[in-house]
Design a protein around this ligand. Structure first.
Ligand code: FEO
Length: 142
């Protein structure tokens, strides 16, 4: 299964958010490894839950930063976050009902990895550009 690798093309120029994206990728890779190594359902469920919980934390933190600076695209951005969280919710239901590791593996390989990278590069980067354009530095950022 594919692992994601952080590189500078994923930077949105905001240290605080880049750091969260790095952690997000680590959680993705941990789940991918757990599936690849054919770990048991309990271990896979644990790494899946870590990823889902961290996704919710990151989206919430990112949207709070957007709200704090009255980012004009917040609603649109929130809708993208909701789309993924809905998909993750369905995935968890399938996994809990069927223990279907192959569905999880397909989801990661064909959807989630691409979604994360595309979202950072095409959507999150707009927030970074907005902050730069307005000369805003986030609290807690370097
Ligand atoms: Fe970094 Fe919009 O998620």
């Amino acid at each position: 299964m594919a692992q994601l690798q952080w590189n500078d093309s994923l930077s949105i120029g905001v240290e605080l958010i880049d750091g969260q994206h790095k952690t997000w990728i680590e959680k993705y890779n941990a789940l991918s490894s757990a599936i690849e190594m054919r770990q048991g359902p309990r271990e896979i469920a644990e790494t899946l839950n870590f990823l889902v919980d961290y996704t919710a934390f990151h989206f919430d933190a990112e949207e709070q930063q957007m709200a704090a600076v009255s980012y004009p695209n917040l609603d649109e951005h929130h809708a993208k976050h909701e789309e993924l969280q809905t998909a993750l919710g369905r995935l968890i239901d399938d996994f809990q009902e069927e223990g279907a590791t192959h569905i999880l593996a397909d989801f990661l390989d064909t959807f989630l990895g691409n979604w994360l990278v595309d979202h950072i590069r095409s959507i999150d980067v707009q927030f970074g550009a907005h902050l730069k354009d307005k000369g805003i530095e986030l609290a807690g950022d370097a």
